[in-house]
Design a binder for this molecule. Structure first.
Ligand code: NI
Ligand code: MN
Length: 237
């Protein structure tokens, strides 16, 4: 399962993920490190080489400007609309892309995928158009492939993404209300045919009612054989 090239993942709570690559470089996805469940000592990453943003909602994009200014990552990747907004805030080394595009980020093959969601950016009292929401498939040089699905409902194209990329590990939202909940997330796993899944976007707020337990129950009910790796905020895999 390409384990030798597997990054070390640190779940920073909500949708925020830190990936320490075998090269020693650090890639962050949706770095809202000030989210209420992120452990204090993990809010300062120490080093950032690349940031991937799935969409413009505050619970994904917040802290990006500040972190980028402090750590000067070589690449900040997002859709064109989010990049435009970040550029206006002074973020440098932006790399815009759109769904279906595959680019090189820190030696990894990164594909932007579709998500069935929305992407408005809150800026003062305005809600700015944030383009299409997305997710990222990241294939490491050694072949290990992970997929951060972003915020989305279940959609049938997950089957295509699974077929194309064969992700070894998937970070999947299960919290309900703003994204798929446990029942739909179980079907997403079936479509993706992934051997392992880490639930994300749950427990941050009371309104996110989906739990890893109910997700596991739904997987069992559907007969989907997929290992659920439950990471509490701050836990490393
Ligand atoms: Ni969202
Ligand atoms: Mn969200």
């Amino acid at each position: 399962m390409n384990e030798s090239s597997r990054p070390t993942f640190t779940y920073l709570g909500h949708s925020a993920l830190r990936c320490d690559l075998p090269s020693g470089e650090v890639m962050l996805v949706d770095p809202w490190v000030s989210n209420p469940s992120c452990p204090e000592e993990l809010r300062e990453p120490g080093r950032i080489d690349a940031i991937l943003i799935t969409h413009g909602h505050f619970d994904h994009i917040t802290d990006t400007v500040e972190l980028a200014q402090r750590h000067k990552p070589r690449m900040v990747v997002a859709n064109p609309e989010v990049c435009h907004w970040l550029g206006g805030k002074g973020v440098e080394n932006l790399r815009e892309m759109n769904t279906g595009g595959e680019i090189d980020v820190l030696g990894c093959r990164v594909t932007m995928t579709w998500a069935q969601h929305s992407s408005g950016i809150v800026d003062g009292d305005q809600m700015i158009y944030g383009g299409h929401p997305g997710g990222y498939v990241v294939e490491l040089p050694g072949g290990f492939t992970f997929y951060h699905v972003g915020d989305t409902d279940v959609f049938s194209d997950l089957q295509l993404i699974g077929e194309l990329h064969r992700p070894d590990l998937v970070f999947l939202p299960i919290g309900d209300n703003y994204t798929m909940g446990p029942r739909r997330a179980a079907l997403a796993c079936k479509l993706l045919q992934t051997p392992r899944v880490v639930p994300i976007h749950w427990g941050t707020f009371p309104i996110l009612t989906g739990t890893p337990e109910s997700f596991s129950t739904e997987l069992h009910r559907l007969g989907v054989e997929c290992e659920v790796i439950v990471l509490q905020p701050g836990e490393v895999y």
